[in-house]
Design a protein around this ligand. Structure first.
Ligand SMILES: *Cc1c(COP(=O)(O)O)cnc(C)c1O
Length: 392
């Protein structure tokens, strides 16, 4: 099973970090390997997911949306109903428990829209740990409510002034903090990105999404679905849904953010339009120019606004295990509105990218087929954007 011992999924992944972090990554790898097979750790993790985060989340048959679109039957995996409003809490709780095993009393995290920052601050409050969240100054302005939430939860929010003052710069600063405070601090990374073993740790914690979906779908349909569909930022909700179905005859589709359009260059779609390079400690598809400089990204949804992608997705692309497509800002906003009106569910703009692809899928499928869509989060955080940006 991948990754291999050095953390590679074929040529993707690895650990491209300063020497000072090698010890911490190796320690993390060792401890994680031990607890991964431990029943008591698994039980503790599932206890908090159930009693605290509200799992299992429902797998809901979207009858009205299916009727409207007229293709495969649509099932929504309702991660929007998780505590704090998205799938991010699964990973935050898992890694906070892991930090406890490592005897680390301080957590640091990066955040773009603030969703992961809120999840990390929540887990830190729950387990009585100190928490610092790095956030670009620009993002702090755009997501003021989440900044306030993190502070209420007892976290320190540290503004990042470098680069474009957004997520990629926040990750750089978090890594810098980690280098300095590595003995006392666990870096709680928010997606299946970064140096080994993070991509596989985050995948494993998020796999609860796919494990539940598989069981729930089998219980109602007596067979497996034909398609799985999820949006891809760093790729954690997608890999969490896909991974437990890896060996099954189920098609995987990941949807990246095409922003203003793939041809405009103003997008966040490294798998569709990027090339292979190194960023944040991993080798993967990135948005970079011919000189290897990371390009500025754009998406209406802050959670997808990242120039890289988890190495396991690069691998799935290479071997053809998953298909990667994209949806523009305006397609996502249309799908956002449609789900509100047809099902009474306000999705996150990130999730709306996956929903946007249902229109395309409907044309290729019949009512005999089925698709599970990961509804990665709820859209309360996006109301400002959707109501202001009628121009999209
Ligand atoms: C952060 C976020 C995403 C994108 O992250 P992935 O790691 O690609 O899952 C998607 N949906 C929501 C609701 C998010 O908060």
């Amino acid at each position: 099973m991948l990754p291999d011992k050095s953390g590679y999924f074929s040529e993707f992944g690895g650990k491209y970090v300063p020497e000072t972090l090698m010890y911490a990554l190796n320690e993390l790898d060792e401890v994680y390997k031990k607890i991964k097979g431990s029943r008591t750790f698994r039980e503790e993790f599932l206890y908090y997911l159930k009693q605290y985060a509200g799992r299992p989340t429902p797998l809901y048959f979207a009858r009205e949306l299916t009727r409207k679109l007229g293709g495969a039957k649509i099932y929504l995996k309702r991660e929007d109903l998780c505590h704090t409003g998205a799938h991010k809490i699964n990973n935050a709780v898992g890694q906070a428990l892991l930090a406890r095993k490592l005897n680390k009393k301080r957590i640091i995290a990066e955040t773009g829209a603030g969703q992961h920052g809120v999840a990390a601050a929540t887990a830190a409050a729950l387990f009585g740990m100190k928490c610092a969240v790095y956030m670009g100054r620009e993002d702090m302005k755009r997501q003021a409510l989440n900044v306030y939430r993190m502070k209420l939860l007892g976290a320190e929010v540290i503004p990042v002034e470098s680069g474009t003052r957004t997520l990629k710069d926040a990750i750089n600063e978090a890594i810098r903090d980690w280098v300095t405070n590595v003995r006392t601090t666990h870096y709680l990374i928010g997606s299946c990105v970064g140096p080994h073993p993070y991509p596989s740790i985050v995948r494993d914690f998020q796999s609860v999404i796919g494990e539940e979906s598989r069981k729930q779908f089998l219980a109602v349909q007596g067979k497996l679905p034909d398609y799985l569909l999820a949006c891809v930022g760093g790729g954690s909700n997608a890999i969490g849904l896909f991974h437990p179905f890896y060996k099954d005859k189920v098609k995987f589709i990941g949807v990246e953010a095409a922003g203003r359009g793939l041809k405009t260059g103003r997008h966040s779609a490294p798998l569709s339009k990027g090339s292979v390079g190194i960023l944040h400690g991993m080798r993967s598809y990135l948005m970079q120019d011919s000189g290897g400089q990371i390009c500025e990204t754009h998406s209406v949804s802050a959670g997808l606004d990242y120039p890289g992608v988890g190495p396991e997705h690069s691998y799935y692309k290479k071997i053809g295990r998953a298909e990667y497509v994209s949806a523009t800002d305006s397609q996502a906003i249309d799908a956002f509105r449609q789900l509100c009106e047809t099902e009474g569910i306000i999705p996150a703009l990130e999730s709306a990218h996956a929903l946007a692809y249902l229109k395309v899928l409907a044309k290729k499928t019949t009512e005999k087929q089925t698709v599970i869509v990961c509804l990665s989060g709820r859209g309360d955080k996006d109301l400002d954007i959707v109501t202001k940006k009628d121009k999209y």
